[in-house]
Ligand binder design. Structure first.
Ligand SMILES: [Zn+2]
Length: 322
């Protein structure tokens, strides 16, 4: 049964697209080539053959099909790789292969990602196209971030929300067909008295936290003025695990592959400042330490990480193997 799904997925997906979702492939003769994502090297020895639908690294002396590639690059077992590729291919895994609980969880994750995407679009619209976004535009300008740069990062603004403090929740219900529970599951609002929803982020500059392929998994929101807390994040949800998320990873990925080094900074503005300075291989850990999970994510893209945190120990920089 799993075998049929494997065959169907292989028929629908091209290994060049699957691998190309993680690394930048260059045409080389009849195949494609790139620097190996699994070992450190200066000249590309990682090959992908479209004809054979296979990959092989002459450095690692290892190869396989799209399933072994995804298992290796995602540090996933076969089952997890199967589910990821099935979703990408639009192949429905048979009922007995996926328990009802797993199906429910997958549906919830998908819905949360959809709601996050709609919320991000709402915040961005408020920032650039509404009078309510003026404070956000002023803060960005004061920090030297122009509109083009801000749009690259998807920066937005959460309005105060009006009397009900529920501007986003109303938008998601009316325009995205979201239910109250789905909105709360996504972490962008919570239940308030009288069956109402109250937006989590109000009168804040909002930074979408995206995963490697650019899907919005959470938000970090900075208060204006002296409101506390200064930074407020989404709670842990079905798609957001604070310990493994890295702000800017989607934009830093290619440069990290290129330079094999990842720079870690503390805050969202530090990442944008690095991009302005022409240093794109930068992510923010949103904390003062790099977690084991974050290091694991980075190890897929770089050989070493450099921590560039200021704060208590000014200018402290530590380098370690990712
Ligand atoms: Zn290799």
């Amino acid at each position: 049964m799993a075998r049929d799904a494997v065959a169907e997925i292989k028929a629908r997906l091209d290994i060049v697209d699957v691998v190309g979702g993680y690394v930048t492939l260059q045409r080389a003769g009849r195949g494609h080539r790139t620097l190996c994502p699994f070992h450190s090297e200066k000249t590309p020895s990682f090959n992908v053959s479209q004809d054979k639908q296979a990959w092989y690294c002459f450095g690692c002396q290892e190869g396989g099909d799209m399933f072994t590639f995804v298992q290796k690059v995602e540090h996933a077992d076969f089952r997890a790789a199967l589910e990821m590729l099935a979703e990408k291919a639009g192949v429905e895994l048979e009922a007995e292969a996926q328990s009802g609980e797993r199906r429910g969880a997958a549906r919830r994750r998908k819905r949360t990602l959809e709601i996050n995407a709609r919320a991000a679009a709402f915040f961005e619209h408020v920032l650039w196209s509404s009078p309510a976004g003026e404070d956000g535009r002023t803060l960005l300008a004061a920090r030297g971030v122009d509109e083009g740069r801000a749009r690259t990062f998807g920066i937005g603004f959460a309005p105060a929300g009006g009397g009900g403090e529920d501007a986003l929740s109303r938008y998601l219900k009316e325009r995205a067909g979201a239910t109250a529970d789905e909105i709360v599951d996504a972490g962008v609002a919570h239940h308030a008295r009288g069956g109402r929803l109250r937006d989590r982020f109000r009168h804040r500059l909002v930074f979408p936290i995206r995963e490697e392929r650019g899907e919005v998994i959470a938000f970090g929101a900075r208060a204006l003025g002296d409101d506390v807390p200064k930074y407020l994040n989404s709670p842990e949800t079905s798609v957001y695990h604070k310990g493994s998320a890295l702000f800017g990873i989607d934009l830093a990925r290619a440069a990290m592959h290129d330079r094999r080094v990842a720079l870690i900074v503390e805050g969202y503005f530090d990442v944008m400042a690095a991009h302005v300075a022409g240093v794109p291989n930068v992510v923010a850990s949103s904390g003062t330490a790099l977690t084991r999970e974050q290091a694991k994510v980075l190890s897929r893209h770089a050989d070493s990480v450099v921590l560039c945190f200021d704060g208590d120990e000014a200018g402290r920089a530590a380098a370690s193997r990712a």
